[in-house]
Ligand binder design. Structure first.
Ligand code: NAD
Length: 367
């Protein structure tokens, strides 16, 4: 089989779905690997390193058009999808429902599409979990952006010019990104607090040296995720948070509920009560933001409070984000590429639940 590695075309996307390291492993699985020229450049992998790993570097769509399996980070455009081989497999972040034309193009070519964001988050799937690996980088970068924007030090300093007290950093939402944000702010020496609606995060925040901010709201949902809060729960969370935010220097927002817009947790009134010189970095900007005033992709000033809504933070750390993404992809692909051939076992829930829209009929298993 031929496996193609796409060069990303989305604006600002620097990651790549396969590294020379994972290409070597794909070759060992019996695949011929074709990398679109320059695909790895944004992440620091030059074409020659792919060639040394046993891949062929090919120009543009020709590299993709005859592939049996195409690997990508972001979804290919409908016009690129239209040039893929009929029935080819496609693995990456595909968000097929987000764009009707994309969904149709996948259907028209009868592609076997595996949007990796659909992967069940079971123990066995951990090594393939792009949401986790990329969220780690996003939480790290969001915290560094906060440190960069803040007009203060994060650590406590004792200097000849007096003692500097450490910044008080609050991490909103303690999933994968939030916990990495707690760890990063802590390493920078800040006084770190975090909160989440899943009660198990208390121990996780504390184990990283943070303090759990107890707002008295617990809302664990299905599959280890949070559920949406009721209006009463939301009111309670907001009332307690509003008072607390007056004392905070930096907020890093990371809260999300799968399949929904980000919960609005920090209201305009709360921002109004914060000290001038405070900073909010809203990693949830991608899905609308946790702060009411966040403008996705922009950094604004609201009465002296700086609010940043950076997008695609994982791409800012393209080298390591790609290394992790590529290993996730390789581990997933290893479920169906063996001895130079593709064989889907639709009884494997990782394949059956990830494939979009559903497993092919002939051998369909219950999704
Ligand atoms: P996510 O990006 O969907 O959400 C981020 C965090 O926001 C979550 O911790 C959520 O509880 C929190 N949140 C939602 N609404 C909130 C609110 N109103 N106030 C405060 N916090 C709120 O989640 P994620 O980071 O992708 O993963 C969440 C959890 O899923 C992980 O921490 C883990 O427990 C589980 N998980 C398991 C596996 C696995 O076993 N393979 C892999 C990844 C994640």
């Amino acid at each position: 089989i031929t496996v193609a590695v796409a060069r990303e075309t989305a604006e600002g996307e620097r990651r790549v779905a396969a590294t020379p390291e994972t290409c070597k492993k794909l070759v060992a699985l019996g695949a011929q690997v074709q990398v679109q020229r320059g695909a790895g450049l944004g992440a620091g992998f030059i074409d020659e390193t792919y060639v040394a790993a046993g891949a062929r570097v090919a120009d543009d769509v020709a590299a993709l058009g005859d592939a049996d399996l195409v690997l990508c980070v972001q979804p290919p455009s409908p016009s690129t999808l239209a040039q893929l081989k009929q029935g080819a497999a496609l693995v990456g972040m595909l968000a097929p429902q987000a764009d009707a034309a994309r969904g149709e193009a996948i259907g028209a070519r009868q592609l076997v599409a595996f949007p990796l964001e659909r992967l069940p988050r079971t123990t066995r799937a951990q090594a393939m979990d792009i949401l986790s690996s990329q969220a780690g980088m996003a939480g790290y970068k969001a915290t560094l952006i906060a440190a960069q924007l803040a007009p203060r030090f994060f650590p406590m300093l004792t200097t000849a010019a007096g003692t500097i007290r450490p910044s008080k950093v609050l991490i909103v939402g303690a999933g994968v990104a939030g916990l990495q944000a707690v760890a990063t702010a802590k390493r920078l020496g800040a006084q770190v607090e975090g909160f989440d609606v899943r009660p198990e995060t208390r121990e996780q925040i504390e184990s990283l040296g943070g303090k759990f901010l107890d707002l008295g709201v617990s809302a664990a949902g299905e599959g280890g995720y949070a559920r949406q809060l009721t209006e009463d729960e939301k009111a309670l969370q907001q009332q307690r948070l509003a008072d607390h935010l007056r004392t905070v220097d930096v907020i890093v927002c990371t809260a999300a509920v799968p399949g929904r817009p980000a919960p609005k947790i920090v209201t305009a009134a709360m921002v109004g009560g914060m000290k001038p010189g405070s900073v909010i970095v809203d990693l949830a900007a991608e899905t609308g933001g946790n702060c009411e005033l966040t403008r996705p992709g922009q950094t604004i000033d609201s009465n002296g409070v700086v609010i940043a809504g950076p997008l695609n933070l994982a791409s800012m750390g393209a080298v390591h984000a790609s290394e992790m993404f590529a290993r996730n992809v390789l581990n997933f692909v290893s479920l169906f590429v063996k001895d130079g051939a593709i064989a889907f076992d639709w009884n494997d829930e990782l394949l059956a639940k990830t494939v979009w829209p559903r497993p092919p009929k002939a051998s369909a298993a219950a999704p």
